[in-house]
Ligand binder design. Structure first.
Ligand code: PHE
Ligand code: NA
Length: 501
């Protein structure tokens, strides 16, 4: 291994950190809604197919790249082929963009945890308006009217995350995951059990799980399933490469990938049950069908849930547990995205952990604080999020799969590397999943989204927001990535790594 590269103390720490990264807001607020609106119970079939043909195979691929080349994405790709370095920087750029807004959602969750504890969500009216009152998010074009109520929890979020990262791979990231992931599971199970005891929970579950078999013939349902899997496992933008680069030489990689992939899905289904049980209750209280209260994302977590909390018995405890779950799920994910950037900067410049963490952390904090705790913050966040997910992540994942499989033709070597260290052996099926099925699905998703967004814009946002924080930002990222890819490295980067695979 490269001299001085940090390592996880045990494989289980890596697995917990990888689960901590994967289990995030997507599990809690995205999956239930995506499943519900794409065939309900029948969605489980495309979802499972997507997990097995793309999600887990890609986890294996990125683990093998990080582990074999022992580097952050730019260094790992450079060691695979000198011209591929830019691909790694593209992933680093995506991480930076996601990090600066992901932190804001954690900050909101922190405020709502406090609201719950203080009893500020005690009536449906107060609860329903709490998000609007907190964020004052009435501007749909870029502005800089700051909102203190979001700014200070955001700053605290950054301080916490930077502190965790400054402690390094094992003592910071690993130790955090060892504590946060098990606690998250316990807290969230408590949330789900309480939700299941609410009146109307059964109705909610029926509406989530009643299968609409007709959905299986609809291609958009299949695309939604693949989309959910890519997003939820956060494959394709460098996290898995980075985390697996800190593994020791002899590590069962495919075994770890299976554990991470299935744990993430288990948490997702658990969240689906909890969320729809609660929505069933809300529908019953309001005397409306569940359809009318189902919402995804911000509306679900910060409007529907607070409303539920406000009317149920024990709501403040339930709310506290729910929002702490969001915070815990979010922190471990945010830590993983920032680590990609820190790791890349360190590999490129030879900087030490603490200065690199402060540099990267300060840059992210400043950008995050300038653009998001404002009256236009929610609009900017929503726009950046849409483009980062639909174009950035999908584009970078597609490019990396095509480059590795078809341009550099490295898939057989990666397979041999995986098989050399792992218990679960891979053959041509894995190569077909990674090299053929995945790129076809990703290309279809990308083209479909580009056409849709070009024709319809995004949301109700002004052209300036969509052009600047959408298109221009994503294109700028690629240009910068390529440019950085051609700049000089710190001297140890080009060391030949021993071929022990
Ligand atoms: N995969 C995470 C989820 O399901 C989301 C995430 C995004 C994680 C970005 C890390 C980085 O919520
Ligand atoms: Na996830």
């Amino acid at each position: 291994p490269s001299p001085g590269r940090e390592v996880w103390s045990r494989r289980s720490v890596f697995i917990l950190a990888a689960i901590g990264s994967a289990v995030g807001l997507g599990n809690i607020w995205r999956f239930p809604y995506v499943a519900y609106s794409n065939g309900g119970g029948a969605f489980m079939i495309p979802y499972l197919v997507a997990l097995l043909t793309a999600g887990i195979p890609l986890l294996f691929l990125y683990y093998s790249i990080g582990h074999r080349f022992k580097g952050s994405p730019p260094l790992a790709f450079r060691r695979m082929s000198k011209r591929a370095e830019g691909l790694g920087w593209w992933q680093v750029g995506i991480c930076f963009i996601i990090a600066v807004y992901y932190a804001v959602i954690i900050a909101w969750a922190a405020r709502f945890a406090i609201f719950s504890a203080k009893g500020d969500l005690s009536s449906p009216e107060k609860a329903g308006d709490a998000f609007g009152n907190l964020t004052k998010s009435d501007q749909t074009s870029l502005g800089f009217d700051y909102v203190a109520g979001v700014a200070w929890p955001l700053l605290i979020t950054w301080v916490v995350v930077i502190a965790i990262l400054a402690f390094g791979v094992q003592k910071g990231i690993g130790a955090t995951a060892q504590f946060f992931v098990p606690v998250l599971v316990v807290l969230f199970i408590a949330v789900v059990i309480r939700a299941l005891l609410l009146d109307g929970a059964g109705e909610g579950l029926n509406s989530l799980f009643t299968p609409d078999w007709g959905a299986l013939t609809d291609s958009s349902v299949w695309i939604a399933a693949y989309g959910q899997i890519f997003f939820s496992l956060s494959v394709g933008f460098g996290i898995m490469i980075t985390y697996s680069s800190y593994l020791k030489r002899k590590t069962n990689l495919t075994g770890a990938g299976l554990v991470v992939g299935f744990s993430n899905s288990a948490f997702e289904i658990l969240a689906g049950i909890g969320v729809f049980a609660a929505l069933g209750y809300m529908a019953a209280v309001q005397g409306v069908p569940v359809v009318d209260v189902a919402d995804s994302g911000i509306g679900l977590a910060f409007v529907a849930f607070p409303t539920i909390i406000s009317t149920m018995w024990g709501g403040s405890v339930f709310g506290l547990l729910f929002f702490i779950s969001l915070i815990f799920a979010g922190i471990t994910s945010l830590v993983s995205i920032i680590e990609v950037i820190i790791s890349a900067v360190r590999d490129k410049t030879g900087m030490r952990r603490v200065p690199a963490t402060i540099l990267v952390g300060a840059a992210a904090t400043i950008v995050s604080m300038v653009f998001f705790p404002t009256r236009s913050g929610v609009s900017v966040l929503d726009t950046v999020d849409h483009f980062a997910n639909e174009f950035g992540i999908v584009g970078a994942a597609l490019t990396s799969v095509v480059v590795v499989t078809w341009l550099l033709r490295k898939l057989p070597q990666q397979r041999d590397h995986l098989n050399g260290v792992s218990s679960f052996k891979l053959g041509w099926i894995w190569m077909a999943c990674v090299g053929v099925i995945t790129p076809i699905v990703l290309a279809y998703m990308l083209i479909d989204q580009i056409i849709d967004t070009v024709q319809n814009g995004y949301g109700d946002y002004g052209g300036g927001l969509v052009a600047g924080f959408g298109w221009a930002l994503q294109i700028a990222l690629i240009v910068i990535a390529v440019a950085v890819g051609f700049t000089r490295w710190h001297k140890s980067a080009d060391q030949v790594i021993e071929s022990d695979d």
